[in-house]
Design a protein around this ligand. Structure first.
Ligand SMILES: Cc1cc2nc3c(=O)[nH]c(=O)nc-3n(C[C@H](O)[C@H](O)[C@H](O)COP(=O)(O)OP(=O)(O)OC[C@H]3O[C@@H](n4cnc5c(N)ncnc54)[C@H](O)[C@@H]3O)c2cc1C
Ligand code: SF4
Length: 511
């Protein structure tokens, strides 16, 4: 048997991959922590520590099962700090005759490894990661004959393909979509059950990051790292979610509350994106749990969760592979502004942003609506360059990997793709934030004012955004109504809004 070296990347921690079905004495696996991966953006310290801790755990677990592992820690003296150099050195010294790797999820690494593997001059093989429900090119193929991409159509395709929430070829309950029932704010005084948080000690990794001068953002309690670091822990987190949070998942998935950063969300994205958990098994376990406990949740809650995991996640990944690398350059509105300084500190008087950014720095986590309708909304209204917005999102969240970060940020949130991922820009005035959260109650700004003293910046910036981009947006059927409202305001009011927005943009770092 030729001696084979198999590379495992930091987001390929799938112990159920067919590589590990049996112990193959002719194969060795290599994993490595390298400096370039810590520095292409400034990562949250929990993200850097979490990836390395989960990688180390994975290697140790696989080794205990008898698989041969070669592991480079970031501070190993033999670590050449590059995938290519480390692999070349092992191939040479240990006389491997074949090289294999799993399909990377990032375009950058996909190109890099493909070029590298071709240069090796030995037989190579590339395997699927066996993680996703759809192929890389499935979105592109599915929409080949159509003008636009629509998540709903692809989502229905995936549900039919896997028979998820289907009965005799029809959607269970007679409807595909329960979105309209899933938009409630959290009633005053209500609380969400506690999230399952782990208490890992990752002090050695945090100390190593500092010693190796890895620049990070955010905060960490190294003795109480809360995220799951193994498949077993990820499964426990899923069980906890099904028992405690699924019952209200859909209903409150858009809600935001100062005292409840996680609400009813699953916090499974880190475990999923590192492939400790696969989306299909999450679906199987969710449906099995619901079948055993039919009164625990209604269909709208379950469908809401299914839609996120097999709908949005697979759809956005498909867009990534259909549109990269051009996607990373798109800037539909030609926005050029800098990201306000307070995105790195949380130091702003705008309470919604203060809460969401501070929470993100503390926990490396914000839920979808916080990311979309607070942090992303403001960046878009403020005309920030999508590169700067991407850089922030790619660094700050524990689950941020480019395929899912950029499509959500540049696409869904910033509409920089001109409407590939989403059908309209997700922007709002203070109205939406006030309706869906308790942030406005304790904010020094007045959510009801468009201009004048303490007027909420979201209001003037919202209308100014529509005014500025009228030529690009007016004919969009989903936002035509905004223009009718704007036109009814009258010239004087519109001028006041314009002046207020200009003033706020000038003072953006001080808001
Ligand atoms: C601007 C912006 C940037 C984002 N960046 C990322 C990112 O870097 N990585 C990431 O995994 N998600 C990203 N998302 C999507 C979403 O916000 C997170 O997946 C979610 O908040 C993770 O928390 P959770 O596990 O508690 O999710 P839940 O609300 O419990 O949802 C369950 C699962 O569904 C999947 N999911 C839900 N919404 C989406 C979505 N829009 N796209 C893809 N998968 C989804 C996730 O795997 C998630 O774990 C981003 C969203 C926005 C608006
Ligand atoms: S008033 Fe405006 S700035 Fe303050 S929390 Fe509400 S939306 Fe945010």
């Amino acid at each position: 048997m030729p001696q084979t070296l198999r590379l495992i990347l930091g987001d390929q921690l799938n112990p159920r991959h067919s590589w590990f079905r049996t112990v193959d004495p002719s194969a060795a696996y290599v994993m490595m922590e390298v400096l370039p991966e810590t520095g292409y953006v400034t990562h949250h310290v929990q993200k850097a520590a979490g990836f390395f801790a989960a990688m180390r755990h994975f290697a140790a677990q696989m080794q205990a099962q008898g698989h041969r592992f070669i592991y480079f820690r970031l501070d190993d003296p033999e670590n050449r700090q590059s995938f290519e150099d480390n692999i070349r050195s092992i191939l040479k010294s240990l006389k491997f005759e074949r090289f294999e790797y799993q399909l990377p999820d990032e375009y950058r690494l996909d190109r890099q490894l493909s070029i590298f593997a071709d240069s090796l001059g030995i037989p190579i093989a590339v395997q699927d990661t066996e993680h996703f429900l759809t192929a890389r090119d499935e979105v592109r193929e599915f929409f080949k004959q159509r003008k636009t991409y629509v998540m709903e159509a692809f989502y229905r395709h995936v549900r039919q393909k896997y028979g998820i929430l289907m009965e005799n070829g029809e959607p269970r309950g007679g409807r595909w979509n329960f979105d309209a029932e899933n938009r409630e704010s959290l009633p005053p005084g209500a609380a969400a059950p506690a999230a399952l948080e782990f208490r890992h000690d990752v002090s050695d990794i945090v100390e190593m990051l500092a010693r190796m001068q890895v620049k990070t953002i955010g905060r960490i309690d190294p003795a109480n790292f809360p995220w799951p670091l193994s498949r077993e822990e990820a499964l426990a987190a899923l069980d906890h979610f099904l028992a405690h949070h699924l019952p209200h998942f859909g209903r409150y998935q858009d809600a935001m509350a100062e005292q409840h950063p996680f609400l009813f969300h699953s916090r499974l994205s880190f475990a999923m994106n590192t492939k400790m958990l696969a989306p299909l098994e999450i679906m199987e376990k969710t449906l099995a749990y619901w079948e055993d406990n039919p009164d625990s949740a209604d269909l709208a809650q379950v469908e809401g969760f299914v839609r996120q995991v097999i709908g949005w996640r697979e759809y956005l990944r498909g867009i990534y592979w259909a549109k990269m690398p051009e996607y990373a350059q798109l800037n539909y509105f030609n926005h050029q502004n800098k990201l306000p300084q307070f995105y790195w500190t949380g130091d702003t008087r705008m309470n919604c942003l203060k809460q969401v950014i501070t929470q993100s720095l503390d926990k490396a986590y914000a839920h979808h609506i916080q990311r979309l309708m607070v942090a992303g909304n403001f960046a878009l209204l403020a005309g920030v360059h999508p590169d700067a917005v991407d850089e922030w999102y790619l660094g700050i969240y524990i689950d941020a990997i480019q395929w899912v970060e950029i499509t959500n940020t540049r696409g869904m949130s910033q509409f920089a793709d001109g409407g590939i991922a989403a059908t309209k820009p997700y922007v709002s005035s203070a109205n939406y934030i006030h309706k869906m959260s308790d942030y406005c109650v304790s904010c020094p700004y007045d959510f009801s004012k468009r201009h004048g003293e303490n007027a909420c910046p979201f209001n003037s910036l919202f209308w100014d955004f529509h005014e500025t981009h009228r030529p690009l947006l007016e004919n969009n059927p989903r936002i035509g109504m905004m223009y009718r409202t704007l036109d009814k305001m009258g010239k004087e009011e519109r001028e006041k809004i314009r002046r207020q927005a200009a003033l706020y943009k000038q003072q953006i770092d001080k808001l």
